[in-house]
Design a protein around this ligand. Sequence first.
Ligand code: 13P
Length: 228
Amino acid sequence: MIVALNNKSNLNIEEYKKYVEELSKIYFRGKLILCPNYLNLTEKVDILLGAQNVSPYTEGAHTGEIAASQLSAIGVKYSIVGHSERRSIESESEIFDKIKRLLENGMSPILCVGEKQNEREKGATKAVLGKQLSSVVNYLTENERSNVIVAYEPVWAIGTGLIPTNEEINEAISFIKTKLPNNKVLYGGSANEENIDTLKEVEVIDGYLVGGLSLKPDKLQIFLDKLS
Ligand code: 13P
């Protein structure tokens, strides 16, 4: 079981130091991946690290970008790509370039996919997921594909306290697994220490990508205990 912690744009360096002290006491038998903001990523911690974004380019004249090679050089093994909070300013081809740069540097992309509320209402969930997965399905080798983790994050469930029914999650993730049968698929969107009792009944979920919960180590520990 994988649990990835997306701190988003939270925690200044002093707050982060206290936070990782708390986090270091967490016990979990699965794989915990911490994705702090870029500045905090440079702090030494004894937890697997992921970035929240990466440049679609190799290093060079790209002001404001952080290249996969630079992340890899400080021991970062993962990066979230295509998070819905970024997708409005990113094209599918840019997201694919980010995935390629990560793979070239021996890192694993955590590719976020998910439908918006209106897309679900129109019955377009699978069409949206299929489109967001198509470059990975069509243009990566099997070997490259095996390093990709997918996170199913329905946009309407992120930070809202709303979650899909178990049947809806099962249907979406099972669909993703028809496209990528050998990949781990996480669920993300308002997962917390209370709804995990229900969520964990969905057998196709290989782990979770949590936002708000990642900032509360005490509640995170309850969540992880219930998962084990
Ligand atoms: P919340 O867990 O706060 O809903 O955020 C989910 C998310 O966006 C993780 O990437």
